[in-house]
Every structure is written in C-alpha cells, then in structure tokens.
Design a binder for this molecule. Structure first.
Ligand SMILES: [Zn+2]
Ligand SMILES: [Zn+2]
Length: 237
C-alpha cells in the first residue's frame, strides 16, 4: 500500500457517530476533511498530529451531522468548502434548527465556495477525486471517488448492509436505487467505501449481501414489481 496516492483516517463525530474522514495526498500531505459534522477542535488536532496541511473541506450532503461543522472549520482555517450539489440548499438552510433537534447545538449554516455536479473533478495536492451526483437520500447528495486507490466516500447513500433513508422531504427511494445500481456499481466490485455511519465495506460485498440493493434483491424487485415487499429500513442516516 506504500505506493497509494492517498491515505485516509476515519474520525466519527457528533452524537450520530457520523464518519468524518480526513483524506490526504500522500506526496504533498495536503488534506481534505470530508463531512465535518462537528468536533472541529478534535479534527484539527488529528490533522496536525498527522503533519498535514488542510486544503479543502468536502461535503457529501446538507444534513447537519455531515456539514454542521463546515462553517467553523472554514472560519478557523480559511480553506474553501466544495459541495454538495446545489439541490441541497434547503437542507443547508435548516442545519441550525435540525442541529438543535438532534443534540448538535453548535451546528451552523455554511456558504459553499463551489457547488458540485455529476462528473466534476476535485483536486487535492497532486491527486484528484471524481464527483458523482447520487440523489435519493437528499436531492443534492454527491459522493467522492478516487479511481486509482479504489476508494469512495459515499455519505448516506449506501451503508454496510443498508441504504440511506428516503423518508425525509424530497427524498426519493427510486432515485436512490438508481444511483446505487447505475452509478456506484459500475465503479467496480473492488471499490472500498466509507459510509456516512458504521463500518466500511466494498461494492462487491453489498452486491452479494445487502438486503436492499443486492443483485438478488434488485432482480426480485424487477420480477415482482409493485408486489415486492422491501425490508424495513432502520439505517442511521
Ligand atoms: Zn448521516
Ligand atoms: Zn443524511
């Protein structure tokens, strides 16, 4: 793994144990924090301990446990915020009130420096990540993919053994299924992903065993049509 272009550490934050990830370009030690939901002092200490220079703040979607600390991290470091897709503006607008509801009173609204869209590329040091727009959990959800490292941060699109909730305003179950099967699966079974909550997995493992989106579950849905009974979704995000 020593020739890998990137490295990553996961630092769960907030009472919702959201998987904030610090990724960096191995060559330049320039880092991005993906989804700084909160606990900014701890994240800044982790960046310093690793000898990294923060260059970017990347946001997968506008939920407060993923984005509630972005404004504070930008205020303290001056680095730009990239993401999510502009369709999540209405979620960003309510970060503060939902933070108060979910026990994250320090969560703050932020202003992004760059909305992201499907097919965009974001740079980090001398390397780059691809952006895919994956709506369904929220309409403006994006994921970050490093092709060479076979690594993705997928936020609340997909979890080990589950998928994102779609019972929020402007959530859409079919959009989510389409994003997972039409955008994530083609990236390759070998891709390791960090979900928004819980342990890492690979796309291949989820295609085999995820009760919501395994190849068998999708096939059963297609065969049974509206008679198909989906499992109950108890995912954390
Ligand atoms: Zn979440
Ligand atoms: Zn979410």
């Amino acid at each position: 793994m020593t020739d890998m272009p990137i490295r990553a550490v996961i630092a769960p934050v907030t009472p919702l144990q959201q998987n904030c990830t610090i990724v960096w370009c191995a060559k330049t030690k320039k880092a991005a924090v993906i989804d700084p939901g909160g606990e900014i002092p701890r994240l800044m200490k982790a960046i310093e301990d690793q000898g990294l220079t923060l260059e970017k703040i990347w946001i997968t979607h506008g939920h407060m446990d993923h984005a509630g600390g972005a404004a504070e991290l930008k205020r303290l470091t001056g680095v730009p915020i990239e993401g999510p897709h502009k369709d999540d503006q209405f979620w960003i607008d309510r970060i503060q009130e939902s933070g108060e509801m979910y026990g994250i009173p320090e969560a703050r609204i932020f202003v992004t420096d760059r909305w992201l869209d499907d097919g965009d590329v974001v740079t980090l040091g001398e390397t780059q990540f691809e952006v895919l727009h994956c709506p369904g959990h929220t309409p403006g959800h994006v994921i970050f993919f490093h092709r060479q490292a076979r690594f993705a941060q997928v936020g609340d699109v997909l979890f080990k053994g589950s998928i994102g909730r779609t019972d929020f305003p402007r959530g859409n179950h079919q959009d989510l299924l389409d994003a997972i099967t039409g955008k994530l699966w083609p990236l390759g079974d070998d891709v390791q992903f960090v979900p928004g909550h819980g342990p890492m997995s690979t796309f291949g493992a989820e295609r085999r065993s995820n009760p919501f989106v395994s190849d068998l579950a999708i096939e059963a849905m297609n065969v049974q049509g509206k008679d198909y009974e989906a499992p109950v979704n108890r995912s954390p995000g």
